[in-house]
Design a protein around this ligand. Sequence first.
Ligand code: 5GP
Length: 189
Amino acid sequence: MSLSKPQSKLTVITGPSGVGKGSLVRKLLESHTDLWLSVSATTREPRPGEIDGQHYFFLDKDDFIKLIEHGGLLEWAKFAGNYYGTLRKPVEEKLVEHRYVLLEIELEGARQIRKSFPDAFQIFLAPPNSIELERRIRGRGTNSEEDINNRLKRAKDELAAKDEFDAIVINDDLDAAANELEELMGLLA
Ligand code: 5GP
């Protein structure tokens, strides 16, 4: 496993829908108060329990397009029929303050960040196998069959791109994966 760029202040975590990025990131944030997670903008509908400004900034399509046009996003992508993007201003502010910044985003966004922030540390979170991934995507119970199929198709493309990343972490056991991430990001020092 490569240990390149652990000193970088900007870390990107990418991996297919359902792989457990959210749970892993929450676990990291609990034990590392110096970490800051970017809250993305999206046009998708909130899931039950999701709070505007906390899980995402939920925008309508027109407002999202305006953000793109005004250069308000560091990166953005369309995923399973909706737009997702990282707000530029808060991320740049945290980096100026030398905070550790975490982006939890899909593949197209990670590729854009690789161009604009070549020093960012890019981690790919992979499932133990594709059967388990499908079980996790379906197990959420909040996605339509069409949405599930879109996410499964996209998962194949994302998995095929895992070697583009600085490191690959397999999320079989959450604690073990969190530990590996902490080590890769240099958070255990
Ligand atoms: P979900 O709808 O399951 O919350 O997210 C769908 C996908 O969009 C996930 O892979 C998630 O990581 C990704 N995503 C969330 N926020 C962003 C963002 O700001 N930019 C990009 N490119 N992808 C995002």
